[in-house]
Ligand binder design. Sequence first.
Ligand code: GLU
Length: 472
Amino acid sequence: MSANEDTATPVVTRFAPSPTGFLHIGGARTALFNLLFARHHGGKFLLRIEDTDRARSTQPAIDAILDGMRWLELDWDGDVTYQFARADRHAEVANAMVESGAAYRCYLTQDELAAMREEAQAAKKPLRIRSPWRDKTNEDATAPYVVRLKAPTEGATTIHDLVQCEVTVQNSEIDDLVLLRSDGTPTYMLAVVVDDHDMGVTHVIRGDDHLNNAFRQLPIYRAMGWPEPKYAHIPLIHGSDGAKLSKRHGALGVDAYRDEMGLLPEAVSNYLLRLGWGHGDDEIISREQAIEWFDIEGVGKSPSRFDQKKLENLNGHYIRQTDDARLASLVAARLPFETSESQQDLLRRSMAALKPRAANLLELTDGAAFLFRTRPLELDADASALLGDEARALLSSLHTALDAVADWDTEALEAAVRAVAEDAGVKLGQVAQPLRAALVGRKTSPGIFDVLALLGRDESLGRIADQMTVSA
Ligand code: GLU
């Protein structure tokens, strides 16, 4: 059965990050699952920034979240909802709950609360507040109070979670949580429920660290007589060693995957999709295919392990699939100088030779660097070591032979280089090695004939001449 078959309401999901840090990889996956689920069911995917924690929410964090989502094409529908701006509405709901008797004004003082906390600690029990004010009112209209939920005390609450299946908690375990603080500001727990309801959210898909919260949030829906959402609590991502993902495992902001690791968004997105969701043995899954296939049934119950190597391999695959013009502009953006039109054209023409050798944009950019180096090249140690007297003599012969090539294309270039090797009675590699050292300044590069063709006649002959004259 599809997760949504039993309801006629259009699916609405949301991603609700707290802007207290960057968009990390776990959050991005949660957003992706919400997006795919909504798109699969022809519904809407909304974004809500949970900025009620004024001390910890920052504008740079909001910007990083929006930026990361755009980069990964986690395109939300409509405007972003900012939770803090809705505080009046949250308070209105809390007050309506007081009116209906589903919540109450609690006048416990800080000292009384501290005493309750101490008592619970002494008894080694978690603090679950049932305030004496549950069933009485205070005649003193000026006394400060918080608004607490009148949580059910008997029976049990069962959630039919779409991932975790049936989970039951005794209602005696659920405390009378605070809905409005004494300064009238709403708590996070209240805000989430009111916003999800007002936004028409039908499916709450989020990390399983929020499963306990669901048991505290449901009574608010029930008190208000609101339709309850379906829950899907997805297992958190673990590191390759099985421990919860931390910075040490590469739990960085998605911007690090873009900027520092040079990954393509579709590779990251594809990898995240496979992290906790599967469709047979399929590894390479396009966004369109993902929308067609994605459903909650495919989400596993056990935590998935983050595998950086796999992510990089996948990225290599996407690099090879990506068209040359796009790759060239991504590389150009990483170069330390402004590229001219002809340099951009050169980059584009070089991609076919470079991209089979690169797993990420860093390697691709590094591979392309030789195109723009200025003469005379500074050779690295490996390349220098290749240029002994014999090799320099071969460079001389190469210079003469290549100078005579009429059409500077790979076929003619290959014929000329092979002829030099034959004349000298050496293998092609023995000629190609010093040639590469002279042209690229390193021991490794794309195929040497591609290198010659890309550099062009004048630059190639110039770089060869530079090395045949310098003595070791
Ligand atoms: N703001 C919460 C967080 O960033 C998510 C709340 C929710 O999804 O219900 O962890």
